[in-house]
Write a protein that binds this ligand. Structure first.
Ligand code: NAD
Length: 359
């Protein structure tokens, strides 16, 4: 197999962690006879510094001409006070919109070997395996008007939560498709007791459920979902929700089993390319020190192998290698217990590569 992968390291630890994931993909390529061709593009604050925009046209072109996109992270204090259109996160919003990345998938998996350092009790999180599917290109982050104005001589503001039916249909249908290959349960999260958009979301989920009689659908209000994720997270399989609810709940879900440095994500469009990135940010506080945890980005690369290239076996080998390295007691600083020895970013990448070659 020969594939083109666009790599957008971004800012902060982005370069260190994407380098690790690229090496892991190269190792998989060598081991299984695939050729992955990597091309690099600019995004984020570094792109603003170099070419005056957080998402240069060349980067977008590069992505559109690739089979998959691997992103590090963007942002940092250096760019926090720039005008809104130059902020690094504008680059992220634009790439999602331009590539039509309408669904963000975030798996939360239980790592037995990290259970003791997770924020919740082991018996609550043991066996958690949930997939959050967040709508990514609609809702209140994109609705217009979004502006300040004057009303009756007072300062006022409006943001708009807008969806078309089709925007709801495609992401909810995707959630059902994904549930079919998992535990066949979809929880649709909304605020149907208050919002008209949520009532339409709920109706749409009901309509789609008719095409999936093998998948169980239930509805949950977002405030209850926030509570249930902490109380009894094992009840969930696939959760599907609109953009802002998903933004908040997916961060909550990501903390169930431990570190930010462990969790991958994938963003899917109708016709590809899909984009893969760790859920964490650019961690400017540890950038350039070779101490960032590369595993979330490596696990994002595993999702890339599975979802973009259909390489299930190769994806599992990467995921198993990560589990195995953790089971052997290797840690990066963020997941090491007090006083426990830890590996640098590059040493951790080497351990994963060695394990892949032995598998
Ligand atoms: P962050 O995720 O970058 O960092 C939060 C904390 O977790 C920090 O202490 C950091 O050192 C640690 N951390 C994160 N990833 C780690 C890793 N792989 N290994 C070890 N430790 C890790 O979130 P933040 O500090 O709120 O944001 C920093 C910058 O990142 C901001 O500019 C923010 O806008 C940006 N950000 C970008 C993205 C993205 O690119 N998708 C997402 C979130 C935040």
């Amino acid at each position: 197999m020969e594939k083109r992968i666009a790599v957008l390291p971004g800012d902060g630890i982005g370069k260190e962690i994407t380098q690790g994931a690229v090496e892991v993909l190269q190792t998989i390529g060598e081991r299984f006879g695939h050729q992955f061709n990597f091309s690099y593009g600019k995004i984020g604050g570094g792109a603003v510094d170099e070419v005056g925009t957080p998402l240069p046209d060349e980067t977008l072109e590069l992505c559109k001409n690739s089979d998959a996109v691997l992103l590090g992270a963007v942002g940092g204090p250096k760019w926090d006070n720039l005008p809104v259109h130059l902020r690094p996160e504008k680059g992220l919003l634009k790439i999602r919109k331009e590539l039509g990345l309408f669904a963000n998938l975030r798996p939360t998996t239980y790592f037995e070997s990290l259970a003791e350092s997770a924020p919740l009790k082991k018996h609550v999180i043991e066996g958690v395996d949930l997939l959050m599917v967040r709508e990514l290109t609609g809702g209140i982050y994109f609705g217009r008007p979004s502006e300040r104005f004057e009303k009756d001589g007072q300062e006022a503001v409006v943001d708009t939560l807008a969806y078309t039916k089709e925007e709801m249909v495609r992401v909810i249908r995707l959630a059902f498709e994904l549930a079919r290959n998992r535990s066949k349960k979809v929880t649709s999260v909304d605020k149907a007791n208050v919002l008209e958009s949520s009532r339409m979301w709920r109706e749409t989920a009901e309509e789609i459920a008719k095409d999936y009689p093998d998948v169980e659908l239930n509805h949950m209000l977002v405030d209850n979902a926030a509570m249930q994720l902490i109380r009894y997270p094992k009840q969930f399989d696939v959760i599907v929700t609109e953009n802002m609810f998903g933004d908040i709940l997916s961060d909550e879900a990501s903390m169930l089993t431990g570190s930010l440095g462990m969790l991958p994500s994938a963003s899917l469009s109708e016709n590809g390319p899909y984009l893969y990135e760790p859920i964490h940010g650019s961690a400017p506080d540890i950038a350039g020190q070779n101490i960032a945890n590369p595993l979330a980005t490596i696990l994002s690369a595993a999702m890339l192998l599975r979802l973009s290239f259909g390489l299930e076996k190769e994806a599992s080998i990467v995921e198993n290698a990560v589990q195995s390295v953790l089971n052997q007691g290797y840690r990066t600083k963020d997941i090491a217990a007090e006083g426990e020895a830890w590996l640098s970013t590059t040493e951790m990448v080497e351990k994963v590569k060695e394990t892949i070659l032995q598998a």
